[in-house]
Design a protein around this ligand. Structure first.
Ligand SMILES: [Zn+2]
Length: 306
């Protein structure tokens, strides 16, 4: 009897520890970030919660196809309403940036086909950063297209932990800051812009339209986490400096809201000049996130003061 109750006590303790661990996971994944601090940039006020809500939209927005469209030159949008996927089309095959969630891969394939292209012509798969909403579908894209998957070295450990249905995360080539990826005459440059993840990658390329060349920037997320460690602070300081220095005529991002995709897309329908060419708005997202980064840092430092 005594033995039994000890066993029960042990089982109870194990259950409590497991429940506590689950509660932590729940907090990390499910709970929205706080509604403070608030920052105002170019007349708009943001909080960590409002930025995340703006980026993700509803559950349905994350998985509903957004009309595939040409952005500029050989760059196309093939993602959902709130999770970006970009296709760079070349005579030697295509480059896909971001598979998003695995369940979105058939939607991305449908968008590619609606553009009159073959999904199997995706020869290279690149990523924005090692979070599930941007790179969970990498293994399935590789399985369907045979594409070579390339990843920034600093994001490799986090990518290897993304295993939908137990599938290993494919990585065929490890990239380093400043490395170039070239296919069919188009060169993408991988810029390490860490902070949001260790290997967060901002991709840049040149696109031609109407006889002119434009700098296209596929910005990595620079949304700061709730807790800023000294290492993460160093990463962000470096990343913001670089983002402000990179030449840019067309700014894109891993969530359409970071570059007002829906408003710009509506303008294409009206004809006229290409709404995606907008150098003046290139650094808006970096400005918002940098203001938020400093506000979170101030809040953290004030809380630490005795
Ligand atoms: Zn992320």
């Amino acid at each position: 009897m005594k033995k039994m109750s000890r066993l029960n006590l042990f089982a109870c303790l194990v259950a409590t520890v497991l429940l506590a661990a689950n509660a932590n996971i729940g907090q990390a994944q499910g709970q929205p970030p706080p509604d403070h601090p608030a920052v105002t940039v170019r007349g708009q006020t943001y909080t960590p919660r409002s930025i995340l809500a703006r980026n993700m939209g509803t559950e349905a927005d994350q998985t509903t196809q957004f009309p595939p469209h040409k952005i500029i030159g050989n760059v196309y949008y093939v993602g959902t309403k709130t999770l970006s996927s970009f296709l760079v089309v070349t005579p030697q095959g295509n480059i896909l940036i971001d598979s998003t969630y695995e369940r979105n891969v058939p939607t991305i394939q449908k968008s590619v086909e609606q553009l009159g292209l073959k999904f199997s012509d995706v020869k290279i798969l690149l990523g924005n950063h090692a979070h599930g909403d941007h790179q969970e579908g990498d293994a399935l894209v590789k399985q369907l297209t045979g594409a070579q998957v390339m990843a920034m070295a600093e994001d490799v450990p986090a990518l290897q932990a993304i295993k939908p249905g137990g599938k290993e995360h494919p990585i065929d080539k490890i990239l380093h800051d400043g490395e170039e990826v070239t296919l069919g005459g188009t060169t993408l440059v991988a810029h390490l812009t860490p902070g949001h993840t260790r290997g967060c990658t901002t991709w840049t390329m040149k696109a031609q339209e109407s006889g002119r060349t434009y700098n296209v920037m596929f910005g990595c997320s620079v949304r700061p986490p709730g807790v800023l460690t000294p290492a993460i602070v160093d990463e962000f300081n470096r990343s913001f400096k670089l983002l402000h220095a990179l030449p840019c005529d067309v700014q894109l991002g891993d969530h359409g809201a970071q570059y007002n995709m829906q408003e710009k897309f509506a303008k294409i329908q009206n004809g006229g000049r290409n709404p995606f060419i907008e150098p003046a708005s290139c650094k808006v997202e970096a400005d918002i996130e940098e203001a938020m980064f400093h506000a979170i840092l101030d809040e953290q430092q004030n809380a630490a003061r005795p």
